[in-house]
Write a protein that binds this ligand. Sequence first.
Ligand code: DHB
Ligand code: FE
Length: 284
Amino acid sequence: MSTICGGIFTSHVPGIGNAIAKGLQQDPYWKPFFDGFDPVHDFLEREKPDVAVVFYNDHGLNFFLDKMPTFAIGAAPEYRHEDEGWGIAFQRPYEGHPDLSWHIIEEVVESEFDPVTCQSMLVDHAVAVPFELCWPGKEAFPIKLIPIAINTVQHPLPSPKRCYNLGQAVGRAISTWEGDEKVVIFGTGGLSHQLEGARAGHLNPDYDRFCLKNLAPDPEALLQHSSLDIVELAGSQGVEIINWIAARGALTGSVRELASNYHIPISNTAAATVLLENSETVRA
Ligand code: DHB
Ligand code: FE
């Protein structure tokens, strides 16, 4: 029977990819952010999960504004990163797990979600940067990928509650999968940032700390704000926190925070990394 061992929540700022390419992990600007991954590396080394289910947002690579699904689930045998103009040249492919993808799709449709199903899918920096952070330098990623894209770009956006419920449906789906895979859940993006317009550079440490404080013990506290409230609070890209909310929903067991790191700024973003352990409750 499959299990969910934990959740990894991280910003996905593309500049991190360039810092990795240039080996700047010990540089004073970058070190406080990269150091936040030491406990994540230890956790992954210890747990050795087989599958990563990644809640993220596509920024215009696989989906553009002309066709923007609210929720899309990858069911491809392999995924590739392509650079959207940030100058990131990650080449390692991502092996998929189509059978588990289709099981998740079946279960979330049964739960009355209507995702777009993607048997081919490019993934952008919102998947690639977290993978490079988690498994640096290895020849191939030691894990299979199931990407789940949430629209955080083209309004109207899904509500935080809808994203949380999607995550819960994904968590239930994993719990009914007959295989013995160990799964780790990712939520990428955030925290507060706004890249464009009159409020470019907007950050909100108070709201970020509210999210960090409640993510493990009381995730439903994050559902009190609508997506538009979050745009107001955290910025037009800070609303990427809805990916974290979905990922937290998928942790259906007993959840404990193992590590949390918050650092302002990385590029234009209040950057954060959180590691949550998920202990499975006994299932019928
Ligand atoms: C930045 C942050 C993002 O989440 C993103 O998708 C692109 C850029 C930034 O802060 O530079
Ligand atoms: Fe982003």
